[in-house]
Design a protein around this ligand. Sequence first.
Ligand SMILES: Nc1ncnc2c1ncn2[C@@H]1O[C@H](COP(=O)(O)OP(=O)(O)OP(=O)(O)O)[C@@H](O)[C@H]1O
Length: 247
Amino acid sequence: MAFITLDHVGVEFPIFNAQGRSLKNTILSFATGGQIEKGKGNTVVVKSLQDISLSLVHGDRVGLVGHNGAGKTTLLRVISGIYIPTSGVCEVEGRCVSLINIHLGINHEETGRSNIKLRAAMMGLKPKQIEEKMEEIAEFCELGDFLDMPFRTYSSGMQMRLAFATSTSIDPDILIMDEWLSTGDENFKVRANERMKSLVDKTKILVLASHSRSMLEQNCNKIIWLEHGRIKAIGEPQPILDAYFSH
Ligand SMILES: Nc1ncnc2c1ncn2[C@@H]1O[C@H](COP(=O)(O)OP(=O)(O)OP(=O)(O)O)[C@@H](O)[C@H]1O
């Protein structure tokens, strides 16, 4: 079973060295960002998410849209368990895998092979499961003997191949993404796209933040439009995408 339920969730960040200057920015940068308010004493509070209530179930493919700073990444982080809401309740059932930072767990001094194990362990795989997946991941990376060299000797494209192949080797119930991952040279990009598609097909709930209309149309059956940390609209993709991309 997989579900995500948020009940009046809010996320606030107290800022201790911003003070009055940030308050002026509230008026200046109206189109972007969360809400900035005066906190206790000399602090300023950034309200990244306010009063978010939603319920996602098996089969939901959700696209998050909103201007820069609207709260998309913060919401993905709350669902992934990286941020605890400062108010309200977030309940998530099912194995949740986040592709927000595919380099998490990577150690630059270790070999590629050790890093596959480290990254897979970070994603919650047990040693036996990692062993079972090792050859498939190694094959997908096409790094050959470099797999036994330290990660720091890799080019950035090679580093990406290893992190991508490992991060997409799992079968999650819930998949969290900040933009569609497609990476590497042309040949790898085609294979990466195919791998992403089959991963998305297998997952029970997808939550994808994206600024790309075509990406959202291709992958989502529900859209959440965030504005200044609040839900402005939630529902069928076409009317919401039309409204968002034309306003
Ligand atoms: N660690 C933090 N400390 C203080 N404020 C933060 C922090 N993280 C996010 N914010 C604020 O929360 C608000 C929402 O940020 P978030 O990164 O969730 O936006 P976003 O919709 O993902 O934007 P983008 O499209 O630019 O990636 C912004 O106003 C941002 O300044």
